[in-house]
Ligand binder design. Structure first.
Ligand code: DC
Length: 240
């Protein structure tokens, strides 16, 4: 986990201190987790801009894989079909203009990531363990080359458990439904909340050491300012 490829097989036999040492190539990571429409994307993007970090949307990687599965006429509930689709696809993740970009077999699926059918299928796809391990590896790869603000469901709990900068955003279900409707999207938030929180692998949880912010009555700037105050208290230098 998180080790250079040449060391991976050895990791089981090495003392923890040495493994931590080999992980020092990771850059700083600010983890922003929370349920759908809790404000994560807007907050994470603005926070990244203020910090001069790259912004990574981990949900977009799950969505891009969902889009590919649907394009391949595979049912998102067909776990072995999804596994086979993963074996034969090239998923390239890079940073363009300080934001994550995903190419699936060299195609940029950004315009389709919030299609109704992707909204409906993504909870199935993100519950497949093989999919999760591919996506987690992609996120850790990003942290080898960039300081990151990264948003998702398991960033603080599973992907980067060692980062001291963890935040969990929430908002009332009514506010979240209103936000999605204002974006012109049909998204079964309650159903997705349930699927994301109850799945067996990496369910949505509040990481033990995360700072929780209820965004229901706050502006994006208000949330970003709260996060920046907290980061400064923790000793992170924030450009003025
Ligand atoms: O953030 P989003 O709504 O675009 O995420 C889409 C789905 O991907 C969400 O329903 C759960 C899943 N997801 C996840 O399981 N883990 C993450 N780190 C990010 C997203």
């Amino acid at each position: 986990m998180g080790l250079p490829a040449c060391f991976r097989g050895l990791a089981l036999h090495l003392p923890d201190t040495l493994i931590l040492d080999m992980r020092k190539d990771l850059h700083r990571v600010v983890a922003i987790d929370g349920p759908a429409a809790s404000g994560k994307s807007s907050v994470a993007r603005e926070l990244a801009r203020r910090l001069g970090f790259a912004y990574v949307n981990s949900g977009a990687i799950y969505r891009a894989i969902t889009w590919h599965v649907l394009q391949s006429a595979i049912d998102p509930g067909d776990t072995s079909g999804v596994g086979q689709a993963l074996e034969s696809v090239t998923i390239a993740c890079d940073i363009v203009n300080n934001e994550s970009r995903i190419l699936i077999d060299r195609i940029d699926p950004t315009d389709y990531l919030h299609d109704d059918r992707v909204n409906e299928g993504v909870s199935h796809i993100s519950g497949v363990p093989r999919v999760r391990s591919v996506v987690v590896q992609k996120m850790r790869d990003y942290a080898r080359s960039h300081n990151l603000v990264i948003e998702g469901r398991d960033i603080g709990s599973v992907v980067f458990p060692d980062t001291p900068y963890k935040f969990y955003l929430n908002a009332s279900p009514e506010v979240r439904l209103r936000r999605r409707a204002a974006q012109g999207q049909r998204d079964e938030i309650t159903m997705r909340d349930h699927a994301d929180s109850s799945r067996l692998v990496s369910p949505l949880v509040v990481a033990r050491d995360a700072h929780v912010i209820d965004t229901s009555l706050l502006t994006i700037e208000g949330v970003v300012n709260q996060i920046i105050d907290r980061l400064e208290q923790k000793g992170l230098h924030v450009p003025s």
